[in-house]
Design a protein around this ligand. Structure first.
Ligand SMILES: [Zn+2]
Length: 379
């Protein structure tokens, strides 16, 4: 073989190798973008609709998502639960799914959105080496759930500006423009993320939803964790809920929504609609900066020796030891929180607007006493 032919052969091998790598990676990207976990609604779900009913611009886009309606036999108040605002915070997503699969509304109407930013479920955060999925054993077998990104997929919204200027004039780094919880109250024909937040704001206004809860997680070293953040109109009700949570063994702090922090649910939904806007945070060890490898075990068990060391040094804002901070415990906090705020709403506004009562979902105690796991409450 002469030198020229040899060079051509090397080139051909390199090109074919690159195409093979691109093909395998491309298929992985494509499959993940189009994957949606199966949700098996229980008897409590009375109907569903698409979020695009409240902003037609979302029709046929990756921003559209299903809204599950759980209507009680007895009329009452209404409550919207947002799971999956940030798909790398699995306890909020899973608490919403648990409500859909095992909850029963006795009074009032509960609306549940498990994939609030659907686009953010279609990719992972770059350079985090996060698993795409985590798995939970249920009576119907092993079920797979998506571990996504904090922000909408850049394929849906690109490029990011250098600086993101919110409609209030607040400026943030450009990538925050894909963080739905900085885009409320949203823009009907804005970016995809703004279109989603607009649809949620419009849905709350149109359906006159009385109370709203946005379910989040944060890293254990972030100060606002194991906390409820409440809009000023919701503070009295939230204070009642916090007392009940303490009685149920859930230690929760209450923080007022900062007036100057714009674009978040607890600020803008409270300002732009009549809803009582709340947000809860649990402490998620797979999300922070101090942990070892981001594995599926870390997402589920929340056990990490580096966080143990950080806790000993007093760097964390959640109680943490060798038992970790399991996904079950974090889901339990969110579900117990929702139940207590439904009770507090019913106590304060029941006479005027009617009660909101949901049964069937596990309590914090159910998910932490060692007897049952979240899989026992999924279909
Ligand atoms: Zn979050």
């Amino acid at each position: 073989m002469n030198l020229k032919k040899y060079k051509h052969a090397i080139t051909a091998v390199c090109v074919l190798g690159s195409l093979a790598v691109a093909g395998i990676a491309g298929k992985d990207f494509y499959d993940f973008r189009h994957y949606e976990e199966v949700i098996i609604p229980g008897e409590g779900v009375t109907s569903t609709f698409q979020l695009s009913d409240y902003n037609e611009n979302l029709k046929g886009t990756f921003g559209d998502t299903t809204v599950y309606v759980m209507e009680g036999e007895k009329e009452g108040g209404s409550f919207l639960v947002l799971g999956g605002t940030h798909p790398n915070e699995p306890s909020g997503h899973m608490a919403a799914i648990t409500m859909i699969e095992s909850g029963k509304v006795e009074a009032g109407t509960v609306y549940v959105i498990p994939r609030t930013d659907n686009s953010a479920f279609t990719h992972n955060d770059a350079q985090e080496a996060s698993p795409h999925f985590f798995h939970i054993e249920t009576e119907s077998g092993t079920r797979e759930f998506v571990f996504g990104s904090r922000a909408s997929n850049p394929i849906d919204q690109w490029p990011d500006p250098d600086v993101y200027t919110h409609q209030s004039g607040q400026t943030l780094s450009g990538s925050e423009m894909r963080n739905i919880n900085r885009t409320y109250p949203g823009v009907k024909d804005g970016t995809l993320t703004e279109q989603i937040s607009y649809a949620i704001t419009n849905m709350i206004t149109t359906l006159d939803i009385d109370m709203e809860m946005d379910l989040h997680e944060a890293s254990p070293e972030y100060p606002t964790v194991n906390a409820t953040v409440a809009h000023e109109r919701a503070m009295d009700m939230a204070s009642m809920g916090i007392l009940e949570l303490q009685m149920a063994g859930v230690d929760m702090s209450l923080e007022p929504s900062p007036v100057t922090l714009r674009g978040l649910t607890h600020r803008e939904l409270g300002d732009h609609t009549n809803t009582l806007a709340l947000l809860m945070e649990t402490g998620n060890p797979s999300q922070g900066r101090l942990h070892g490898a981001t594995s599926e075990e870390l997402i589920i068990d929340g056990k990490d020796k580096f966080y143990e060391k950080a806790a000993e040094l007093g760097y964390l804002y959640i109680p943490y030891d060798e038992n970790g901070a399991s996904l079950d415990m974090r889901i339990g906090r969110h579900l117990q929180g929702c139940v207590e705020y439904m009770k507090a709403f019913s106590d304060m506004y029941g006479a005027e607007k009617g009660e909101i009562i949901m049964t069937g979902i596990p309590s914090y105690e159910d998910l932490t006493s060692g007897g049952k796991t979240i899989g026992d409450y999924l279909n």
